[in-house]
Write a protein that binds this ligand. Structure first.
Ligand SMILES: [Ca+2]
Ligand SMILES: [Ca+2]
Length: 189
């Protein structure tokens, strides 16, 4: 279980059952929170393990759910314990982040951020590289988020500027989920 995060317990309330990465959490309800914490390894190559803090919209209470988007927008910011700038996503109630290693060898890992909404199992891996003092988005790939799978297993480094990611796609002929390779370039945007 990679998402042992208190506020994700709330998401299990909204999930539609099935094999869900949120639904199988067996810890008791911890109460509302708007910050999730994930240990993500050493992303800035200083030999110190780093933590990501995913700050989401303010939860009011079980009856009202997340608060008024006018005062607490459904947006997240991912902050880092090592002092790197944060990553913002403007359409999420929480999220997941994973360190995929330093693909281009500049000393800072590239990362995947998966914004998470209230319900549903389809998500998107959003890829970021750190350049000139800020995180720069360089592509995305569809994924199924209702599993315990680590996304790094889908990534193959092809060169310092190119990765192959296996994304999930819906095949209407077979009416099933299939895996498709996609090439992303770090300097494409
Ligand atoms: Ca570090
Ligand atoms: Ca890098």
């Amino acid at each position: 279980m990679k998402l042992l995060l208190p506020s994700l317990l709330l998401l299990s309330v909204f999930s539609f059952g099935g094999r869900d990465k949120f639904a199988c959490i067996n810890k008791p309800f911890q109460g509302p929170t708007d910050t999730d914490t994930l240990v993500i390894g050493d992303i800035n190559n200083d030999k110190i393990i780093d933590t990501a803090f995913i700050v989401g919209p303010k939860w009011l209470n079980e009856e009202d759910g997340w608060g008024d988007p006018k005062t607490s927008p459904y947006e997240i910011d991912v902050h880092f314990s090592c002092g790197l700038p944060s990553i913002h996503d403007d359409n999420a109630v929480t999220g997941y982040i994973e360190n995929i290693g330093d693909i281009d060898g500049d000393g800072v890992s590239e990362v995947i951020v998966v914004p998470i909404w209230f319900i549903g199992c389809w998500g998107r891996m959003k890829f970021y590289t750190y350049k000139k003092g800020q995180w720069r988005y360089f592509g995305d790939a569809d994924c199924h988020i209702c599993t315990d799978e680590k996304y790094i297993g889908r990534i193959t480094k092809l060169s310092k500027n190119k990765i192959r990611v296996i994304e999930d796609a819906w095949d209407s002929e077979s009416a099933d989920r299939v895996k498709k390779p996609k090439i992303l370039k770090l300097n494409s945007k």
